[in-house]
Design a protein around this ligand. Structure first.
Ligand code: ATP
Length: 320
């Protein structure tokens, strides 16, 4: 028999009084995938993640988690862990005590004490909190709380991990650490569904993404499919001769020089900003090289995901 999807949602609708938070949402997430959920503020991401965690029930539609239909009981389905709106922690307890208390609440304190303590030590190590394991959570930064929230979720060895903005508040090193932990879990077969406002994070971490806007799915699929859909992007170009590069850019068909005032800080110093489909950009690079001008930097000003996100969510808002 095929392994069931970690998440299978069909026509999920959820309203809060007059507000339609989710409007006929379909979503598939396979085991071992890291799936990004992105959308503007109020799009419905937290509401959807909350349904997966059993914090609320949908008004209509069907939701299957790890192959089992989700009922109307407000409990996390078996095999699911995570958090929305930040992890719930006890500030007056230490990190280690928080995890012990959670394990006790979940009824996991009946087993062998040494094994339990070893499990707690292991998840603390996994999220990089061993050094502060015996410090009170009251003094923890937002990033440390996020990591402890992840450790709490990992304690249950979930097959579906649901995380609302898990990298919020993390410094670059902690973010990389979180990425490594999630990537390793996915490689071992755990499905991860996470929301984020950071497109660079989603691009670094997720193989697939769902974009929601005002409660509706406007795109769901592999990230590379989304990138292929952006036909024209703005690129920042730094060369060894900005003036000559500018002349060549103006002479390249299909390519537009973006007004530097409009581009604001993006065109600082010797950089040009050009708007072009990939073919025209290739053409410009060949011309630059033929003219003996070296290319020192060439990168999209905003990522393909961000460009698609803006285009798709603005289109959806215009249709309202
Ligand atoms: N408990 C609630 N009571 C009333 N309205 C709610 C409740 N929870 C969510 N909403 C509304 O449902 C809509 C979706 O909210 P949700 O928090 O899911 O969006 P989001 O995409 O997570 O937003 P953000 O990116 O700002 O966190 C919003 O209009 C919000 O005001």
């Amino acid at each position: 028999m095929d392994t069931p999807l970690a998440v299978r949602a069909r026509g999920i609708t959820k309203c809060f009084a007059e507000v339609v938070a989710l409007d006929a949402i379909d979503l598939d997430v396979a085991p071992g995938r890291i799936h990004g959920l992105v959308g503007p503020n109020g799009a419905g991401k937290t509401t959807l993640l909350g349904l997966m965690l059993g914090l609320a029930v949908a008004d209509s539609g069907s939701l299957e988690i790890l192959g089992s239909p989700v009922g109307r009981a407000l409990t996390a389905p078996d095999g699911v862990a995570g958090f929305v709106d930040g992890p719930g922690l006890y500030p007056s307890l230490t990190a280690r005590q928080n995890l012990a208390a959670l394990a006790a609440l979940r009824g996991r304190d009946r087993g062998d004490r040494d094994a339990r303590e070893a499990g707690i030590a292991e998840v603390l190590d996994q999220v990089g909190l061993t050094d502060v394991a015996d410090d009170r959570v009251r003094g923890f930064s937002l990033g440390m709380r996020q990591r402890l929230g992840l450790a709490a979720a990992l304690l249950t060895t979930p097959r579906l991990l649901v995380l609302d903005e898990p990298t919020n508040g993390l410094d670059p090193a902690s973010k990389n650490h979180m990425h490594r932990v999630l990537t390793r879990l996915a490689a071992d077969g755990t499905a991860v569904v996470l929301s984020s406002h950071r497109m660079d994070d989603v691009e670094a971490l997720c193989s697939e993404v769902t974009i929601v806007s005002t409660g509706r799915v406007v795109f769901s699929g592999p990230l590379d499919k989304l990138s292929a859909e952006s036909d024209e992007l703005d690129y920042r170009l730094v060369t060894t001769d900005a003036a000559a590069a500018r002349e060549l850019a103006l002479a390249t068909s299909g390519l537009q020089l973006v007004d530097e005032t409009a581009a604001g800080q993006r065109a600082r110093g010797d950089a040009l900003v050009v708007r072009a489909p990939v073919a025209a950009l290739d053409d410009l690079v060949v011309r630059l090289v033929q003219a003996g001008i070296a290319v020192r930097e060439l990168a999209p000003v905003i990522s393909p995901l961000e460009a698609a996100f803006l285009a798709l969510t603005e289109k959806q808002e215009d249709n309202q």
